[in-house]
Ligand binder design. Structure first.
Ligand code: 5GP
Length: 252
């Protein structure tokens, strides 16, 4: 049953978090805002929030079905997720299958587009003012962000998510280049995958044309209507139908 919404807990760049009458559940609202470069670039694309909410819901449902512990409870169209309330860990856990983005900037001896021999895991501190610096396991423990045991658990879950999602996307003619997970603890201290999983948090290429279907098109400066076309295409491939537009969603 859908819990009643109370007040706003917090508002981020692309999502709002609402308190509910159930203290263990919160509601995420996906906004139409799109940002890049730690918020330095910002636009609003009508429909983007609904597209991302629907994609994220499909992916989280698939992870839940595969026994991966996540916060996701229910999708409320067009742009809301009911999720378990978590104490979020300010870390971004990145998993890479193909070298691109920051990896090739940092290590230019690895050619952009190289398929990596094994999935490469990285931790970034979630801090816009510091531009999300790359940190290692020792830094995570030193900063008291997570214990050694939790680090191992986050790595294990991230690798499992990678296996499950690689297959999920391959079946849809898509390549999972890399992705970012965020974790939180529930009231019992159990680690769950939180946040969102869509084109804002992963790189996805069309297997046949190589077309980018994620936020990189925005980062690279494509016109906003083309960004929307790519997000709609990602929606079509994941959901299996054309994005109906928000008005139609709201009417259903
Ligand atoms: P890179 O480190 O190459 O910029 O990104 C690696 C992967 O993590 C990409 O799929 C990218 O979308 C995701 N990622 C990295 N940092 C962030 C971030 O601050 N926010 C979001 N939503 N995704 C990120």
């Amino acid at each position: 049953m859908r819990p009643k919404v109370l007040q706003l807990i917090t508002e981020g760049k692309t999502k709002k978090v609402w308190e509910t009458e159930n203290p263990d559940l919160v509601i995420l609202e996906f906004k139409d805002d799109i940002t890049a470069f730690d918020g330095a670039k910002h636009d609003v694309i009508s429909g983007k929030g609904a597209i991302n909410a629907a994609i994220s819901a499909k992916i989280f449902e698939h992870l839940n079905k595969n026994g991966i512990p996540t916060h996701f409870v229910e999708f409320v169209a067009p742009r809301y997720h009911v999720v378990r309330r978590l104490e979020m860990i300010p870390l971004e856990v990145v998993c890479r299958n193909i070298a691109t983005g920051h990896l090739v900037k940092r290590l230019p001896m690895i050619k952009d587009g190289t398929r990596l021999e094994f999935p490469v895991l990285e931790f970034y501190l979630k801090d816009d003012k510091l531009h999300d610096p790359l940190i290692n396991d020792h830094h995570v423990v030193l900063l008291k962000l997570a214990s050694w045991k939790e680090i191992e658990e986050m790595k294990k879950i991230t690798l499992r998510v990678n296996e499950v999602l690689r297959t999920f996307f391959e079946e849809r003619g898509l390549i999972l280049v890399d992705f970012k997970l965020e974790f939180g603890r529930d009231r019992n201290g159990k680690l769950l995958v939180g946040d969102e999983l869509n084109g804002d948090a992963m790189r996805i290429w069309d297997m046949y044309t190589g077309k980018i279907l994620d936020k990189d098109v925005y980062r690279k400066g494509y016109p906003l209507d083309e960004v929307l076309v790519r997000y709609r295409e990602f929606y079509r491939r994941v959901v299996g139908a054309d994005f109906p537009g928000e008005e139609v969603c709201l009417a259903t």
